[in-house]
Design a protein around this ligand. Structure first.
Ligand SMILES: *[C@@H]1O[C@H](CO)[C@@H](O)[C@H](O)[C@H]1NC(C)=O
Length: 303
């Protein structure tokens, strides 16, 4: 509740907003405005309710099942925090019938994944294609049965982005050979753009959508007293990836740093965020907290 009572310094806010607006004007691109797109992560807490319930909430346009968190060393595993896996396939189809995209998110908070070589990237791509996407057949184990996911989200927390672009390109090559389209999204930590690491940034060009994580990261979390780091990072990400749809990733709860209360988003933050041409929408971390706090419901009509 503390954050709700703090008030940003008005003058500072005005100065920052003017700087951002000036940058955007110089940029010359048309504003995206509201897109209505809300992505949520599901699978991190059994008490968040089923995938079907999540899709029936009437809030989200994309759900990222999280996480496919063991890979790269011959073993593969998706951890759903105790959700019964048997019904997930039917729930995926239910979500898709409502026009909601369902992705499998790879990586996450654990440390049992990495891509040590180009070969391991190709192996993981083959595994994802056959086990979750349009491949299959020949005795391949599909945890969600014949449900075909819409794409893959890359949530890489450690080990760097080496070889992940190769994994993504391999998936694209399957699609080119006549498979169903596969959405490729990444959820990079915001601070990546501040590190002057052009080699890694180039790898992210393969993704059509970026859910940038403005949470759990002191260097660009939204701060009510000093908003410049947040705005600087937002302008950096959106201008660096003009061809991608760039989403703002926010936590649904004050338990995670970077939380911005819905009223502040409604009254001020949204105007500048949506003023870039490739603004894509908002990503919410994650469903359990969103169900508890009602964050997504409070901003749904203005994303
Ligand atoms: C938050 O950051 C810590 C430290 O970098 C990391 O271990 C953890 O997995 C992160 N949480 C999420 C949800 O990404």
């Amino acid at each position: 509740m503390m954050a709700l009572q703090r008030r940003p310094h008005l003058l500072l806010t005005l100065v920052c907003s003017s700087v951002v607006l000036l940058l955007l004007l110089l940029n010359g691109a048309a504003a995206a405005g509201e897109t209505g797109q809300l992505t949520v992560f599901w699978g991190r807490n059994k008490d968040e309710g089923s995938l079907q319930e999540t899709c029936d909430a009437g809030l989200y346009t994309t759900v990222a099942i999280s996480f496919f968190g063991v890979f790269g060393h011959g073993k593969y595993w998706t951890d759903l925090s105790g959700h019964p896996v048997a019904r997930v396939g039917a729930d995926i189809k239910h979500c898709q019938s409502k026009g909601i995209l369902v992705l499998i998110s790879i990586g996450g908070e654990g440390d049992q994944y990495s891509l040590p070589s180009a070969k391991s990237a190709l192996d993981v791509a083959d595994h994802l294609w056959n086990g979750y996407l349009g491949g299959g057949g020949r005795g391949v184990f599909r945890p969600f049965g014949d449900a075909v996911l819409d794409g893959v989200d890359f949530y890489v927390n450690h080990g760097g982005w080496e070889h992940y672009d190769e994994l993504a390109r391999r998936l694209q090559s399957f699609v080119r050979r006549g498979g169903k389209a596969v959405y490729l999204t990444a959820s990079p930590v915001c601070s990546l753009a501040l590190k002057d690491d052009e080699r890694t940034m180039r790898k992210l060009e393969v993704f059509e959508r970026l859910h940038v994580r403005f949470y759990n990261e002191s260097s660009c979390d939204y701060n009510y007293f000093e908003t410049r780091p947040f705005w600087g990072a937002w302008v950096t990400w959106s201008s660096r990836f003009p061809k991608a749809r760039v989403y703002v990733g926010w936590p649904a709860s004050e338990e995670t740093s970077g939380f911005v209360d819905p009223q502040t988003i409604r009254q001020s933050v949204r105007w500048s965020v949506q003023d870039v041409a490739n603004y894509g929408g908002v990503m919410i971390w994650e469903r359990y907290h969103d169900k508890m706090t009602g964050f997504g419901r409070a901003i749904k009509d203005i994303v």
